[in-house]
Design a protein around this ligand. Structure first.
Ligand SMILES: *Cc1c(COP(=O)(O)O)cnc(C)c1O
Length: 456
């Protein structure tokens, strides 16, 4: 055995766990544009936002000045059940690729919900409980967010209704059972339990649903139920904030060994694990302390950053949310069915959108079969079975490592492994038996989505 200077897994002790989240917007000279009220087109007021979201989450949503925000002790106690997560030096993958690059990944899939989403679920349910709410509604695509929220609701004792994208509910019956095990109620969306659901079903009877449409149903139910609020698992600024626990832990672990990444990579659905991973590194970059290359990776079937427009748009298909300035394919864009449910979203975190628009980061889109090729390479060398979403990041990490093999550069590559693939075996089977296809929207498909953009 060769003496390895850097351990295979770098852990933090309980005392070393971060006590604060990193508020990236406070580091940005140019801030993301404010949310707009869709009717008046004026900046959304605190009162309007508080009708939909918890008060303290609205405070976080609007906070662009405090660089760090304390994590309440109660949330840190919850985090201790599944954190710290390890930073792993991918020695085995490096060897399999024959690359001189040094590859590190932060693995967020070691909790029962299987992804990073528990980081924000724990925080959001805590604040809801503190405010005296009794129930929550949400949407879920692939099921990770619904599971995470159900776990947090069980812990804090709140009721939960989950509108689950219909195709996902059918493809993943075990996800549904898992949410129900923790006490959540699952309703496949679109459903006949809401006005917006009935309207979408009437216009599009055979639809398998989408995240945007499930969001509309969850928002409608929240606004019509007493002591109930809607919670969202991605895109919003407060969700990105909670996810910075990923980057804060990663940076603390790498700092122990004086490791500086040259490239930081994460997959991007609504942008929360990406924002969470890059925040402290990007904060330093914005202060001129590093020159890291940041790469967002998205599916070619839902190319929000690489082919979308930077515009004000709704966060949902039912056009009920405030308008956000972001990269978007249009809230009317219906992504084709793919095996990365968590990345099938028309919009993108306003923070990520702004940074990308201002040239601080890159974006790449990758095809599904190439993603699974990387997933299988990773599983066979590192052992861990990656989620299809996370495997988008693996694809680009491998591509960058192979470039180093050609040039001989010893770059340090860091990526976020956002979740585990245990519930995605149908997708793995499709790849392994050769029936998996690649869907790339045509210009015409994209134009249909853009036509749904509101006039601002
Ligand atoms: C939900 C999810 C994503 C995508 O969401 P982001 O907000 O872009 O992070 C990525 N990976 C996994 C495993 C997920 O569950």
């Amino acid at each position: 055995m060769i003496q390895q200077e850097i351990p295979y897994k770098i852990f933090l002790t309980e005392e070393e766990l971060p006590k604060q989240w990193h508020n990236l917007r406070a580091f940005m000279k140019e801030k993301p544009a404010p949310f707009l009220n869709p009717v008046t087109k004026q900046p959304a007021t605190r009162q309007e936002l508080e009708q939909v979201f918890c008060k303290e989450l609205v405070d976080q949503e609007l906070n662009v000045t405090d660089k760090y925000i304390d994590i309440p002790q109660e949330i840190r106690d919850f985090y201790k059940m599944f954190r710290p997560t390890p930073v792993v030096r991918a020695y085995n993958l490096e060897r399999a690729l024959g690359t001189p690059a040094k590859i590190y990944y932060k693995f967020e899939g070691q909790n029962t919900s299987g992804s990073h989403k528990l980081n924000s679920a724990a925080a959001q349910v805590y604040y809801a409980k503190k405010q005296g709410l009794t129930s929550l509604t949400t949407e879920t695509g692939a099921g990770q967010w619904g599971t995470a929220l159900s776990m947090a609701c069980a812990f804090y004792g709140l009721d939960l209704t989950v509108y689950m994208v219909k195709v996902s509910a059918q493809q993943k019956p075990h996800r549904k059972a898992l949410i129900e095990t923790y006490g959540g109620t699952v309703i496949p969306s679109p459903s006949d339990t809401t006005h917006v659901g009935r309207k979408i079903l009437a216009e599009n009877p055979g639809t398998g649903g989408s995240l945007g449409c499930a969001i509309s149903e969850a928002v409608e139910t929240a606004t019509q139920t007493e002591n109930c609020r809607y919670v969202l698992g991605s895109v919003l600024n407060h969700v990105a904030l909670h996810q910075t626990i990923i980057g804060m832990e990663t940076k603390a672990a790498l700092d122990k060994y004086n490791i500086q990444p040259d490239i930081v990579i994460a997959c991007a659905g609504g942008g929360s694990n990406l924002a969470g991973m890059i925040s402290p590194f990007m904060g330093d970059r914005l202060e001129g302390k590093n020159n890291i290359q940041f790469i967002a990776v998205e599916p070619a079937s839902c190319p929000t950053l690489t082919r979308g427009k930077f515009a004000y748009d709704f966060g949902d298909t039912g056009k009920m949310t405030p308008l956000m300035q972001m990269y978007t394919l249009g809230s009317g864009f219906m992504p084709s069915a793919s095996h990365s449910g968590g990345l099938r979203y028309h919009g993108m975190s306003p923070i990520i959108s702004k940074l990308y628009h201002d040239g601080y980061m890159e974006a790449r889109s990758v095809e599904q079969t190439k993603v699974f090729e990387a997933a299988v390479t990773f599983a066979r060398s590192e052992g861990t079975l990656p989620a299809p979403e996370s495997s988008h990041a693996i694809r680009v990490a491998i591509d960058e490592a192979l470039k180093c093999k050609e040039t001989g550069e010893e770059k340090t590559i860091l990526f976020a492994l956002s979740g585990t693939g245990y519930f995605d075996m149908t997708a793995y089977s499709a790849y392994l038996d050769g029936t998996m296809g690649d869907f790339i929207p045509t210009e015409e498909d994209l134009q249909k989505g853009f036509a749904s953009l509101p006039d601002v």
